[in-house]
Write a protein that binds this ligand. Structure first.
Ligand code: HAM
Length: 421
């Protein structure tokens, strides 16, 4: 009998690796909460029709990659992504009637029957977020800036951001026509799959990975040339806001991405290409201003993103420990323990994530622990510091140390943490 094995492309995550996943998940939850997002959990299984309607019939995901089955006459699918389910839940629970703006984030497994390779799996985890109710380009820029900061925070400082605009439905009709006109004389040079796409969904040819298609579209027309004045103004304002935030980006006029629901702003973040090869897209996202209404809700604009958790873990493999906590309070000697206990409580009260070591262990043991849990600062106090009302603030990243008055510790840490991000 053959030994039992996990399904191809679906991985076990054993404790050592899981701790690497959790560090990224924790950093993500922290970032999202800092930006006033709240977590939502939706089912792993949804009606098949939800994905067909939301993602689009002529997409790779719906045509080739869904795990679908019929249970008691009901066609069901393991969710290939999180946006459609989030929108369904948002409508089903009357959220748009209850609040004008909704910020949700989620973490969970997704399922796509793709060819497995490094960074591409059949069950994979996404960290995602959706904002409903804000059509403004500032919201788009805030999301991209949030992502750049999050990636930097987990040790991926050199991610590359690509942005584009897909305009409204009318712009895409104009663009499809321009694309078909451009590609038809070149149809024979396209892959057989894209030759079919030329009729069913020409935009999808732009994200084909086949070298023949990549060559054919290299000089294709740009969608930015056919946008309406309103969509152009939206895109220009988005870019101005990114500049104001100091977020780096590059305009990629042929970026379309594999899902049909996008309107206006579209973005993609790549990184760690040496480790991930062609699958180096860490984050994908964009606006989908029509989906809520298309799925039966009121007309509410929306924007969101999702990042592949495994890809983030691979991308930051060689990076230093993720900074999951800000401060590690390390009291030296029995008398300092209470001094440290109160200080840790005071730091948490002003939002500094703090671990407290009450073991009365040696300085060496406590510093080892501070490094292991990914603390940025160790706050050391022994008898001498308690008597003087001060603390030794040790920066574990910069390896520097200074004496700070007990009353100034919170303000000093917040300033230093602000500079570091
Ligand atoms: P997506 O581009 O299909 O977008 O996926 C987002 C990210 O999930 C990708 O950039 C990649 O990191 C990861 N990913 C996708 N497929 C796989 C796979 N087979 N194995 C490993 N990682 C994978 C969405 O899913 C949209 N729902 C994003 C979004 C949210 N747009 C608006 N709101």
């Amino acid at each position: 009998m053959n030994p039992l094995r996990a399904v191809k492309g679906m991985n076990d995550v054993l404790p050592d690796e899981l701790s690497r996943f959790q560090r990224v998940e924790q950093a993500f939850a922290r970032t999202m909460q800092l930006y006033a997002f709240r977590e939502v959990r939706t089912p792993f299984v949804e009606p098949t029709s939800l994905f067909v309607r939301a993602i689009g019939e002529a997409t790779d995901v719906v045509e080739k990659e869904m795990y679908s089955f019929v249970h008691h006459d009901e066609p069901l699918t393991l969710r290939p992504e999180g946006t459609a389910g989030a929108v369904r839940a948002y409508i089903e629970h009357g959220v748009p009637q209850a609040e004008p703006v909704t910020r949700w984030y989620y973490v969970g497994p997704m399922f796509r029957a793709e060819r497995p390779q490094r960074g591409r799996y059949r069950q994979f985890w996404q960290l995602g977020a959706e904002v409903f109710g804000d059509a403004g380009p500032a919201s788009d820029a805030e999301m991209v800036d949030l992502l750049v900061r999050f990636l930097r925070d987990i040790g991926i400082p050199d991610a590359r951001v690509y942005v584009n605009s897909l305009g409204d439905a009318a712009a895409r009709v104009r663009y499809k026509a321009a694309l078909v006109e451009y590609l038809t004389p070149r149809a024979e040079t396209l892959s057989p799959y894209s030759q079919r796409r030329l009729e069913t969904n020409p935009l999808r040819i732009l994200d084909s990975k086949d070298p023949r298609d990549i060559e054919a579209v290299a000089t294709a027309p740009s969608i930015l040339d056919v946008l309406s004045p309103e969509d152009t103004a939206h895109f220009d304002a988005f870019r101005r806001h990114l500049d104001a935030l100091g977020a780096p980006y590059e305009v990629a006029p042929r970026l379309v991405r594999g899902l049909d629901y996008y309107t206006r702003t579209l973005f993609e973040i790549k990184g760690a290409t040496a480790k991930l090869g062609a699958g180096d897209t860490l984050v994908g996202g964009g606006r989908y201003d029509a989906m809520v209404a298309d799925l039966g809700g009121p007309s509410v604009p929306a924007i969101g993103f999702a990042a592949g958790l495994e890809r983030l873990v691979i991308a930051r493999e060689a990076a230093d420990a993720v900074r999951t906590i800000d401060a590690y309070v390390a009291p030296i000697g029995e008398a300092a323990v209470e001094y440290g206990l109160v200080m840790a409580r005071d730091l948490r009260a002003v939002g500094v994530t703090t671990d407290f070591d009450g073991r009365n262990a040696s300085l060496k043991a406590q510093l080892r622990r501070a490094t292991a849990v990914g603390a940025r600062f160790a706050l050391i106090a022994g008898d001498d510091e308690v008597a003087k009302g001060v603390v030794q603030v040790k920066d574990l990243a910069a390896r520097s140390q200074e004496v700070v008055a007990r009353a100034d510790v919170a303000a000093t840490l917040r300033r230093k943490l602000g500079e570091a991000s």
